[in-house]
Write a protein that binds this ligand. Structure first.
Ligand SMILES: [Zn+2]
Length: 483
């Protein structure tokens, strides 16, 4: 486990460090920025090589060894297309990920072209320092990464409480995703979330478990999780500061493991399904980051949790469920279970608390990866302004996202059932599947018409075999941008 610290000055941290990493955009390096962070003899050694770096698309690294310490200069690329974050957070994470910061005493000095790049850069470094491992039994190396941000003129940039909380919550979310399902049952996940928010002010927590879900008409959550050894549940966190004028809702899909249910996933597709609670981890992390920084508005965070398992009482294809919205759903694919959790969670939050805006996050469709890839989540919204806000916040926070169509009238027919209000899976899998899944969820709150943003983060929440904490920064920063 490696701790992250944000010291105000370098001197003491650098003395104890085994590794020092200087990282800055190419233009800053070219203007002599390394001279502000390093002694002249080191600059003489590193700067010519750093200036020669092509660093057009990917970051490049040069290194030297001084007094037993490895000193790196990472040159961030010039190219930033309009759908990439100006902070170059992706390039930074890719380059730093190769340096092996974990388990060491290291110092990372980041040159910022703009103070606003602080959050995405801090998150990018944190992503290189995952918390979860079961390597080596109990003998894990403790490390510390001290991170300092400097402007082009060498003056330090203060790391705000918001950034520290967001980075910590994103690391927590990544760790929750990385933890394997034997150690992350629905009961353990609920306990970990409650630990995460322990001590926060103005907080009220409710947990509805097992058969009690049916008393609350949460037939979707109950059906998906009812046959697992550890029962399904809905955990609701209600942060209500006394002067709150507005109310926002967050809902995250928390499938702690997805076998596909009776529509069993083929072996090769089942691995990595521990990541199917990435949406719940993201909204819980965002909730923590907001409430810990005295966010001024009320936030309701609902986390439907279930294990999509197989057993004598498993829900079946052909079963008809009555959902919280009152609509009936004929199951035609038990592997399209996440939308049942989201639909119930959203309907519960929107009917009980009437938030003016609600965001749901889920590892919902493999089609999201086809449409927007590993780095951009897909966002779908019934309000143009909400969609634009999400894209802008994505570029600013480094949690990138890109819009897909919202046109329920085009997609409803995909879910047509002869015996219920709808089916849960589409007829034609090549017809805008990610938008269709969103439309299914929307159908359970459309009568209330809240401003709604759906974030399908199947790709960016889990990359290269690791949870990323994607979504914590995006979602908390979206809510912070409402005044
Ligand atoms: Zn599934």
């Amino acid at each position: 486990m490696t701790r992250i610290a944000f010291p105000r000055s370098l001197a003491s941290a650098a003395k104890a460090a085994e590794m020092i990493v200087n990282v800055a955009p190419k233009a800053l390096v070219a203007s002599g920025w390394l001279g502000l962070t390093s002694p002249p003899e080191l600059v003489a050694e590193l700067e010519p090589a750093a200036k020669r770096c092509a660093a057009r698309v990917d970051a490049e690294t040069v290194a030297t060894l001084v007094g037993g310490k490895t000193i790196h200069a990472v040159v961030l690329p010039e190219l930033v297309s309009r759908h990439n974050a100006p902070a170059r957070a992706e390039a930074m994470a890719a380059a730093l990920g190769k340096l092996g910061l974990g388990g060491k005493k290291s110092v990372v000095v980041v040159g910022l072209a703009d103070d606003a790049h602080l959050l995405p850069c801090a998150n990018a470094i944190a992503r290189c320092l995952p918390l979860f491992t079961r390597k080596g039994g109990k003998k894990q190396t403790e490390g510390q990464a001290s991170i300092l941000f400097l402007r082009a003129d060498g003056t330090p940039v203060e790391v705000t409480r918001e950034v520290k909380e967001t980075v910590a919550a994103a690391r927590w979310a990544a760790c929750a995703v990385d933890t394997h399902p034997a150690e992350m049952t629905t009961a353990i996940f609920a306990r970990e979330v409650k630990k995460l928010v322990r001590g926060l002010k103005h907080l009220h927590t409710t947990e509805i478990t097992g058969a009690k879900l049916l008393e609350q008409k949460l037939g979707g959550i109950h059906a998906v999780g009812r046959c697992a050894v550890v029962p399904p549940r809905l955990l609701v966190l209600d942060y209500r500061p006394p002067k709150a004028r507005r109310c926002f809702g967050l809902v995250g899909k928390g499938v702690i493991y997805d076998t596909g249910g009776l529509s069993l996933k083929a072996g090769a597709n089942m691995g990595t399904m521990k990541s199917d609670m990435g949406g719940a981890a993201a909204v819980a992390g965002a909730f923590r980051a907001l409430a810990a920084c005295a966010f001024e508005h009320r936030v309701i965070c609902a986390l439907p949790m279930a294990e999509n398992a197989i057993g004598p009482d498993a829900f079946r294809n052909d079963d008809i469920l009555t959902m919280h919205s009152g609509k009936t759903v004929e199951i035609n694919n038990t592997d399209a279970e996440g939308r049942l959790l989201l639909a119930d969670g959203l309907s519960y939050v929107c009917r009980k608390y009437r938030p003016e805006a609600v965001i749901d996050a889920a590892t919902l469709t493999g089609a999201q990866l086809v449409a927007t890839g590993h780095r951009h989540a897909a966002v779908i919204s019934n309000r143009e302004g909400f969609e634009c806000l999400a894209v802008d916040v994505g570029l600013a926070s480094g949690d990138l996202c890109h819009p897909l169509p919202f046109a329920p009238e085009f997609y409803q027919a995909e879910f047509k059932s002869n015996v219920a209000d709808m089916r849960n899976s589409v007829a034609d899998r090549s017809n805008a599947q990610t938008s269709c899944a969103a439309q299914f969820v929307w159908a359970h709150i459309e009568d209330l018409d809240p401003a709604w943003l759906h974030v399908d983060l199947a790709g960016p929440a889990f990359r290269d075999g690791r949870g990323t904490g994607y979504g914590v920064a995006l979602i908390s920063e979206i809510l912070r941008s409402f005044d």
